[in-house]
Ligand binder design. Structure first.
Ligand code: UDP
Length: 219
């Protein structure tokens, strides 16, 4: 949830409500909002320290952060290290099949259409992003992938895939939205998911998984 704070800043409030499968499945994961706020803040700080420009300004409470007001590009930018979820279903692959190289994909952010996959040519032809913007998005997503992969590996977690969103601000393209167990797949040493897949697939231990991610991110 977003609300306007000043002319150039927004406040993001992280809720415990969860949705999956384009909001066909709904529920509440107690404490999720706090985890996602703290995890996102920690990851934005880490990425900023490694040269990635983001919309993050500061945490203002357990569930709120202050961010720069940007114009969000209508794209979900997904980077995959293994086949999982919709990608595995699309190509008939087993969950977790390794990929030869990190794979970057784009979806159009449009709930009514179910966030369809979109190719780079269509992104340009529809004017969703300019050529330079698209290059920045691609370069940044790949670099974020390297940085996050290493960050989680140090904490005994495998980053399987994740989704990013970007926004325009005064001729610049910044990393925006959130980076949390809601927007990535993370597996522990035993290959157990510690992310929203526990909710999507009714695996149980959902709250505990989110708390474990927070513990490892902060620890
Ligand atoms: N993802 C997301 N929001 C979306 C769709 C996907 O944050 O609207 C994340 C998802 O959690 C996963 C990655 O992007 O980490 C790839 O998701 P996928 O395309 O496999 O779709 P899903 O199976 O999650 O619907």
């Amino acid at each position: 949830m977003l609300y306007r704070e000043g002319p150039d800043t927004l406040r993001v409030y992280f809720k415990d409500e969860a949705t999956a499968f384009n909001a066909q499945k709904r529920g509440v994961i107690p404490g999720k909002g706090v985890v996602n706020n703290k995890v996102s803040a920690a990851l934005f700080r880490y990425l900023e320290a490694h040269g990635i420009r983001t919309h993050f300004l500061e945490e203002v409470s357990e569930r709120e952060m202050r961010v720069r007001r940007v114009e969000i590009l209508p794209l979900e930018v997904i980077l995959r290290f293994r086949a999982a979820g919709s990608f595995a279903r699309r190509y008939g692959l087993g969950e977790g099949t390794p990929l030869k190289a990190p794979l970057l994909e784009f979806s159009l952010k449009n709930d009514a259409l179910g966030d369809p996959l979109i190719c780079e040519n269509a992104v340009l032809a529809l004017g969703l992003a300019g050529e330079e913007e698209l290059e920045t998005v691609k370069r940044t997503a790949l670099r974020v992938g390297e940085l996050l992969k290493a960050f989680f590996a140090e904490r005994g977690l495998e980053l399987v895939d994740f989704k990013l969103e970007f926004g325009r601000l005064g001729g610049e393209v910044l990393l925006a939205d959130e980076i949390s167990p809601d927007t990535m797949r993370l597996w522990d040493e035993k290959g157990e998911p510690l992310d929203k897949d526990r909710f999507r697939k009714d695996l149980g231990g959902v709250e505990e998984a989110y708390q474990e991610v927070l513990r490892r991110v902060l620890g």
